[in-house]
Design a protein around this ligand. Structure first.
Ligand SMILES: [Zn+2]
Length: 145
């Protein structure tokens, strides 16, 4: 690994700092939905199918009421991304860079969040994401898919 003089960034660090340019927020949102929600056409509380205006409101990410159980439902409810203040690209980069052992201060700078927010999310990732992804993989495996 090449040593950089103080105040210089290596080529790899420059490339890492350009990662946000590659990300498509809309496609990432769809990917996260597939990973954490599975179906956007079912109520997260009772699994009944959502139809019409309720489905459109739910899929758009706005709160609505399930036609079957009457519960208040939100798209990200019950997922690690519920009430998240980060964009989908910020969250994606946080997960990737954390896995690559990039220092927290660098992650915070690259994705444009405070060090304390990065630290809080890193701790949250250790518990929530791993558990939910494992649960999702278990469910997919059980379905034979
Ligand atoms: Zn319901």
């Amino acid at each position: 690994m090449t040593e950089n003089k103080p105040g210089e960034l290596g080529v790899s660090n420059l490339a890492i700092s350009a990662l946000p340019l590659l990300l498509d927020e809309r496609r990432l949102r769809c990917w996260f939905l597939a990973v954490f929600r599975g179906s956007v056409t079912e109520c997260p509380l009772c699994s009944s199918p959502l139809i019409g205006k309720v489905l459109r409101t739910f899929a758009a990410g706005r709160r609505t009421k399930c036609q079957s159980c009457g519960g208040d439902i939100r798209l990200w409810q019950g997922t690690p991304l519920h009430a998240m203040k980060l964009s989908h690209s910020q969250f994606f980069l946080l997960v990737c860079l954390s896995g690559l052992d990039v220092p927290g201060a660098d992650i915070a700078r690259i994705i444009g969040i405070s060090k304390s927010t990065e630290h809080a999310w890193r701790n949250r990732l250790q518990t929530i994401v791993i558990k939910d992804v494992a649960a999702k993989q278990t469910r997919v495996g059980a379905d034979g898919n």
